[in-house]
Design a protein around this ligand. Structure first.
Ligand SMILES: [Cu+2]
Length: 122
């Protein structure tokens, strides 16, 4: 019976460490890791924007996230509302707010077949 407490220590320590990490990370994020209301998400995977077409309301945001180990960009085709993300590595995001009604096609400048369209309605 004198060995009964020893095996507990290796089990308890990871739990403590994970708990401390979770509290620390939550604190860093101000307890708010949710995107603001009106933010839509588009992923980049399989050399494609997913979803490739999206309809949002004017004033809303779109956040693109690169979900693969291939670099991508998000570049507008439309000079009416120009935007360009720069090169996004795995896990990186880019957010653009659409303040004008219209149809806004965009593309990845690194992969010619990689295109998408954001339709903004009132
Ligand atoms: Cu790309």
């Amino acid at each position: 019976m004198r060995h009964s407490t020893a095996p507990i220590v290796p089990l308890v320590m990871p739990v403590v460490i994970v708990t401390v990490l979770a509290v620390t990370l939550t604190g860093c994020l101000g307890g708010n890791n949710q995107p603001p209301p009106g933010t839509h998400n588009v992923g980049m995977s399989g050399l494609a924007f997913v979803p490739s077409t999206l309809t949002i309301q004017v004033g809303e945001n779109v956040t693109w996230t690169n979900n693969e180990a291939v670099t991508h960009t998000v570049v507008s085709d439309n000079a009416t509302d120009p935007f360009s993300s720069g090169v996004l590595s795995y896990g990186q995001t880019y957010t653009h707010r659409f303040n004008q009604v219209g149809v806004f096609p965009y593309h990845c400048s690194l992969h010619p077949g990689m295109t998408g369209t954001i339709t903004v309605v009132a």
